[in-house]
Design a protein around this ligand. Structure first.
Ligand SMILES: [Zn+2]
Length: 80
């Protein structure tokens, strides 16, 4: 069984139960600051949710113009 850290290191590309890469991804669902996606292993039939955290935003477009495009994962100081 993969730990969460090992799982993230492998970017979720294998089944935490049997290590198969034969996976079926479901639809991404979101709630507030996180998202999840149901994934089924086609070999051992294990079901799991891959969980994603909000880390930032990118490509902000206002009235058809890009105004500020922060790199995802950087912590810019907010203008007060
Ligand atoms: Zn499996």
């Amino acid at each position: 069984m993969l730990s969460n850290d090992q799982y993230v290191e492998k970017i979720g590309a294998e089944c935490p139960n049997c290590h198969s890469e034969n996976l079926s991804m479901g639809k991404m669902q979101t709630d507030a600051d996180f998202a999840w996606m149901e994934v089924e292993c086609l070999d051992c039939k294990a079901l799991r949710n891959d969980v994603y955290n909000l880390v930032g935003y990118s490509s902000l477009m206002v009235k058809g113009k890009y105004t500020f495009v922060p790199e995802p994962g950087t912590s810019e100081k907010k203008n007060v």
